[in-house]
Design a protein around this ligand. Structure first.
Ligand SMILES: [Zn+2]
Length: 434
């Protein structure tokens, strides 16, 4: 699939194998590259980045930072290093319209393998961490376990398990379990926690596409939303809401929600209320913008859907511009598979480009896909920037992304936790000869 097809076999045979072997090349050094400072400072030019195990152990200019004896050297001359990208809204088990017939009777075993393949594509595309606000049959949680055991290659996964749709609401497609009233919802929250979910996902308004209630309405009652949030917070889990409307968003903010997904039609007043309460926004802007129109056409989306998408796209864009101008906390999410080919790149990169077009500086946009996302996940001690002590989740791109964000379209190196999953750098062969 796509341009990674050629490296898939290589990755299957080396990356997963390397994870299982561990030991012989536990120390690596990336040399010759410049390290981007996502805090806006000067880059480290001609840097040495030393990786021991899965973390960065030393980093600095080559003049003062030694490559440890015996280290596996990765040459990245003239490249620019950035943290692995983090996509906060994706569903690895997603079934697109064009796949519906083919996957109508998909077995659980088939789903698991499809999700594993998607996870591998996501990682190879440069996305080293994802949040899954809505699993299919717990498949992302299963993949997370398999990745931890070295049985599969994929990103770090922060999953909400299956979402909690209400009867007749968004996400309540046939065959999906629904939950109504505080007590059913509280029970469901605890069940997700028991499954290993670190987030809880609710649906407070309708969506663009489904018959599940109007996008401009507030479908869950205040007491339902409050019950979910209270039950989740008692277990230290955060709650995020699919929310298109100002009305539903305002209710959720009052109830203590942590994050809002999409915000398709949210007005300025409500965005300011989110900001005042420290509520995050995950925009998924690419879904409603022109760059993904060919994607939906290829999916055979009906004219009424395309028209609705265009209308919502205008308010969605306005909401994003306002959120950026007002300085809301924004973490990148796509709702597409992060590696989905959109407009000549991936959905994740296209989303970053849209943030720049909507008013972010390239550095801010890069932050939304790295350190800001890590903060949303409470994972910023381990991820989100290139610092000594953090995971060695590292990408290399040809030029300085703080000057030209679209250089992210040309990712040349993907490392996660010190393991190289992709290296397209010319002459970037491993010094150790493995
Ligand atoms: Zn979604």
């Amino acid at each position: 699939m796509w341009k990674f097809a050629s490296v898939l076999m290589l990755v299957l045979s080396t990356a997963v194998g390397a994870m299982a072997q561990s030991g012989d090349s536990d120390v690596k050094a990336i040399v010759g590259a410049n390290v981007v400072d996502i805090d806006g400072g000067e880059p480290i030019r001609d840097a040495v980045v030393v990786i021991e195990g899965d973390r960065i152990s030393a980093m600095g200019p080559s003049g003062s930072t030694r490559v440890p004896a015996g280290a596996e050297v990765i040459h990245a001359d003239g490249m620019w290093l950035v943290p692995g990208l983090m996509n906060m809204h994706t569903h690895l088990g997603v079934i697109m319209a064009a796949q519906k017939a083919e996957l109508a009777n998909e077995k659980t075993t088939e789903l698991a393998l499809r999700v594993a393949a998607n996870g591998r594509d996501v990682l190879l595309s440069g996305v080293t961490t994802i949040r899954s606000p809505g699993d299919k049959q717990g498949a992302a949680l299963a993949l997370k376990k398999a990745i931890a055991k070295g049985q599969a290659a994929g990103p770090r996964i922060f999953s909400a398990g299956e979402g909690l749709p209400i009867t007749a609401g968004h996400g309540s497609d046939s065959g999906v379990e629904t939950y109504d009233g505080p007590y059913e919802l509280i029970k469901a929250v605890r069940s997700r926690v028991a499954d290993g979910a670190v987030w809880i996902k609710i649906f407070t308004s309708g969506g663009i596409s489904t018959p599940g209630g109007d996008i401009s309405e507030a479908l869950m009652t205040p007491e339902e939303i409050e019950a979910v949030i209270d039950a989740a917070h008692r277990f230290g889990r955060k709650v995020t809401a699919h929310s298109g409307s100002s009305k539903a968003t305002s209710l959720a903010v009052d109830a203590g929600i942590d994050c809002i997904e999409h915000g398709y039609m949210v007005d300025r007043e409500t965005l300011l209320k989110m900001k005042a309460n420290g509520v995050w926004l995950v925009p998924t802007i690419t879904v409603t913008q022109p760059a993904s129109t060919p994607f939906f056409e290829q999916q055979g989306s009906p004219p009424w859907y395309m028209a609705r998408r265009e209308t919502v796209g205008k308010t969605h864009w306005q909401a994003l511009r306002t959120a950026i101008a007002e300085g809301l906390d924004i973490a990148l999410g796509t709702d597409f598979l992060p590696s989905e080919p959109i407009d000549g790149t991936t959905a994740t990169i296209r989303e970053i480009e849209y943030y720049v077009a909507a008013g972010m500086t390239p550095t801010q946009a890069l932050r939304s896909a790295t350190i800001e996302a890590a903060k949303l996940l409470d994972a910023d001690k381990d991820s989100g920037s290139l610092e000594v002590g953090k995971y060695a989740d590292i990408l290399a791109v040809p030029s300085d992304p703080t000057q030209d964000i679209s250089t992210l379209r040309e990712i040349q190196l993907v490392m996660k936790g010190g393991t190289v999953y992709r290296n397209d750098i010319a002459g970037g062969s491993r010094a150790s000869g493995r």
